[in-house]
Design a binder for this molecule. Structure first.
Ligand code: HBZ
Length: 832
């Protein structure tokens, strides 16, 4: 330990000092930051002061790399990806940045020498929850991989003052509390008050002739607000590349303010300011069902308009002429939320930059690509024409003009097929006329992709069937992935160490296919023992946290059977619940019943207005209450609902799971990404053939995956035949008794009506066919238990799951986008 440093490590130490990576410089800068930024000294610093000092110390180390990246990209005119997303569900920055900088261990030691616990400091960070679920988290994983793969990119989104609500559980019900992530300041962002764009709303349009006598359109808005840039550096893992996450905050436009002020309307001016600022105030907490709120349309246009204006500004600052915009930039639309960008770029090119339609369309169409994330009809965005017109009159004209040209094309290709024309139109004409954002996105993009193979097939054969017939080459698949940096290295340091030691290197962190090297050790008893130890340790950590937060004590030796994701009927948390009720009844009916002890863990938020999802949460908690205090059963099963499932809490959950529940109705879950996070951390999956489950099973091997339930085709067939859930209810005594037990009031202090909306729905409609998959699910769970009893078999399967997860790195996904869709090249920035 106390050896003289060898010349090599001496050089390294000197280099680290120069780049600020040595322990000594970390300690010095930490104390400096504590003093100069927080105005504190060590002895009186609060945990939050310590966190802020650590954050600034880390951020300082990002900045040099950031500036270098920006300079490099600017001088070389590097082709750049713009990822347009209404959501970025980033999760805490500190630990992730330490890992990506390669100073996690040094920082731990530096903290120890200051008598501090780095983990406790990391815990202090409140995460920016600027997203609802998978879609927002995907955007965050993609930002990590874009930087790690050294692809110049900018993430564009909204700097919501209030992110996704914090979930509390009161009396078993979800209660929403507003998120206050900015309350204590955000050390990771840099405001750019000079990067500011006007965003217009309302008013009317006028026709006029320009100097050359050509007809032009001018938009005369009745509201202008400003979007101001807030930048967050996104560092890649082990590289010098730092990309930009640029989030827009809405502010009252100064010129607008003055107008009101000048006519003496001070109150009016202040009011306008408040109105303007509401635009970036709060994230809409709906996952899936479409909200249709005016403010949401305003938000979408707000960030899209700022982002496209920024792209044009950058084009002028670097390459030059707008004609080459599509060579400099490709813009990915993360779902339809940013689809207005198509119309906005057209407007800017034509109305502000004097371009003719054909050229503007050629550029626009080459800039955009679109990712679809859902087939659920109720989730597809449409906006009423009247609202659209009131807010964005010029864009409605442009949408109509796009539509006219597009439908002419359809008519030429499919002579006389007016029904097809009606189906494909950007405007839905049945009932109130509505703009179909998905159609706008498909027509305005050069590539359209789904997020898993099955999903992309369904996109082509169902949702966009007509479009696929017209433009077969436009459609692609890019299966989602997740970043192993956050979801393995940060979340599960013990597993990370074990894998690195077993493989003899940490190269797998940037090349996840190298996890395959674990396969050679899959039956090694030494590894089995350590693998088990790592899992048990994670389960102990989770148990302690859950005990503290919920009062429920879990036995780390029990099988941790976990379902964590947004609460939604299509995800079928209630199918999981029926299995728990079955276990309960089996134990009650046969006190000598022998079963593998299980801890059922749930996590997930329900959209505040989604009654059925909230009732499912209540049901889980109601069952938990009865089960956990009944000594006859609680030695075998325990149930706990983890409150406030978010990125941070997910990081506690994934490492501790033995079994991952991925049980959506086949054909409904576009991909899923939690499925990947669990499996990467050694959980086995019980799942349907839905979304990316199909590919996970292909990769890990059918024998290492617990499959049950109908396929998407069977679901389709069953539905066409006429699905009658009540017959299943009547025909299966166990199913009937499980549902009846829920209705009996046992879990609801005698209230026989509380869960009726849920049980009635199951028996009478069952739109997500819970009852149809019930039997297969139970049988599969029995098999799971049997396998779990065989420790070595289970551990081997767990190792093989991890070993074969390479495909599900977001690095692979981004590489596919880069090669097949974006045509962008890596662009290394030195100094990594
Ligand atoms: O996107 C999810 C899909 O359900 C999931 O299967 C997929 O893995 C993931 C990433 O591709 N979709 C969402 O998370 N959707 C939303 O969060 C959402 C948010 C606002 C909306 C609609 C949907 O207005």
């Amino acid at each position: 330990m106390n050896q003289e440093p060898s010349p090599a490590s001496f050089d390294q130490e000197r280099e680290h000092t120069r780049t600020g990576m040595s322990k000594a410089s970390l300690k010095r800068d930490f104390l400096d930051n504590l003093f100069y930024i927080q105005g504190r000294f060590r002895e009186v610093a609060t945990p939050h002061d310590l966190y802020m000092a650590a954050a600034y110390t880390t951020r300082d180390r990002l900045l040099a790399r950031w500036v270098k990246s920006a300079q490099d990209f600017k001088t070389t005119h590097a082709r750049t990806v713009c990822y347009l997303s209404a959501e970025f569900l980033l999760g805490p920055h500190l630990a992730n940045n330490l890992v990506n900088l390669g100073i996690a261990e040094t920082s731990t030691e530096a903290a120890e020498e200051l008598d501090l616990d780095l983990n406790a400091i990391i815990e202090e960070e409140e995460e920016p929850g600027l997203g609802n679920g998978g879609l927002g988290r995907l955007a965050a994983c993609f930002m990590d991989s874009l930087s790690t793969l050294q692809i110049p990119s900018i993430g564009y989104g909204i700097r919501y003052e209030f992110g996704i609500f914090d979930q509390m559980i009161e009396n078993g019900w979800q209660v929403e509390k507003s998120d206050t992530w900015l309350r204590n300041g955000n050390p990771w962002e840099i405001p750019r008050p000079k990067i500011r764009f006007p965003v217009m709303y309302g008013g009317h349009t006028e026709q006029y002739r320009d100097h050359d006598g050509r007809p032009r359109t001018r938009w005369v808005p009745d509201l202008v607000i400003d979007g101001v840039a807030y930048d967050t550096p996104i560092l890649g893992y082990g590289v010098g590349n730092v990309n930009l996450l640029r989030l827009w905050k809405a502010e009252a436009s100064e010129s607008f303010d003055f107008q009101a002020f000048n006519v003496g309307d001070y109150y009016g001016a202040v009011h306008a300011k408040i109105e303007a600022e509401t635009i970036s105030k709060v994230l809409y907490p709906n996952d899936e069902p479409e909200a249709g709120k005016e403010l949401r349309l305003k938000q979408q246009f707000f960030f899209v308009s700022c982002s496209v204006q920024d792209m044009i500004r950058l084009q002028f600052n670097t390459v030059g002429p707008l004609e080459t915009l599509a060579d400099k930039f490709v813009a990915q639309l993360n779902d339809t939320h940013p689809a207005l960008a198509v119309a906005e770029l057209m407007r800017l090119l034509m109305d502000e930059h004097d371009m003719e339609w054909d050229q503007a369309w050629d550029i626009t169409h080459r800039v955009f690509c679109y990712t679809n994330h859902t087939l659920l009809p109720e989730a597809l965005e449409t906006w009423s024409v009247s609202l659209f017109e009131r807010l964005l009159p010029r864009h409605l004209e442009i949408v109509y003009a796009i539509n006219q040209r597009f439908l002419d094309q359809v008519r030429v290709r499919f002579l006389g097929d007016e029904d097809r024309v009606r189906r494909m139109s950007l405007i839905a004409e049945d009932g109130e006329r509505r703009v179909r954002m998905a159609h706008l996105a498909v027509v305005g993009s050069r590539a359209v992709n789904g997020v898993a193979e099955l999903h992309s097939e369904l996109v082509k054969t169902t949702l966009f069937r007509d479009f696929h017939e017209l433009w077969p080459d436009r459609f692609h698949n890019v299966t989602n992935g997740v970043t192993p940096r956050r979801f393995m290295v940060v979340a599960n340091p013990r597993l990370t160490r074990l894998i690195t030691e077993t493989c003899g290197s940490d190269a797998w962190i940037r090349d996840l296919d190298r996890l395959r090297e674990l396969e050679a050790h899959a039956t090694d008893p030494g590894l089995h023992e350590r693998w088990h130890e790592v899992k048990i340790a994670a389960k102990r950590d989770l148990s302690a946290w859950l005990k503290h937060r919920t009062g429920v004590l879990l036995d780390p030796e029990a099988m941790f059977d976990v379902q964590a994701k947004r609460i939604h009927e299509y995800k079928r948390q209630h199918l999981n619940v029926l299995h728990i009720v079955r276990c309960y009844q089996r134990i009650k009916q046969n006190p000598n019943h022998d079963m593998v002890p299980r801890a059922f863990v749930f996590g997930g938020k329900a959209a505040p207005g989604y009654f059925m999802a909230k009732l499912i949460i209540k049901l889980i908690n109601a069952i938990a209450e009865v089960v956990n205090k009944d000594p006859q059963v609680n030695g075998f099963i325990r149930v706990v609902f983890m409150p406030d499932f978010n990125v941070k809490n997910g990081q506690r959950l994934y490492p501790a799971a033995n079994l991952s529940e991925q049980i959506s109705l086949a054909g409904k879950e576009a991909s899923g990404t939690g499925n990947m996070k669990f499996s990467m951390n050694g959980a086995l999956t019980i799942g349907t053939l839905d979304g990316a489950n199909v590919e996970i099973r292909e990769e890990v091997g059918a024998e290492n995956f617990f499959l049950f339930g109908m396929s998407a085709e069977e679901v389709n067939r069953r539905q066409h035949q006429g699905y009658r859930p009540w017959e299943l209810y009547r025909g299966d005594p166990e199913l009937r008794s499980d549902i009846d037990l829920i209705n009996s009031g046992l879990f609801s202090h005698g209230d026989t009506q509380l869960f009726r909306p849920l049980t009635d729905q199951l028996v009478n409609q069952d739109p997500f066919m819970v009852l149809a998959d019930y039997r297969a699910y139970l049988t599969c769970h029995d098999h799971v238990a049997e396998v779990y009893r065989d420790h070595h078999r289970w551990t081997r399967m767990s190792i093989l799951n991890v070993a074969r997860m390479g495909k599900f790195s977001s690095d692979r996904a981004i590489r596919e986008y880069a090669e097949r869709i974006w045509q962008v090249e890596p662009h290394p920035v030195g100094g990594g």
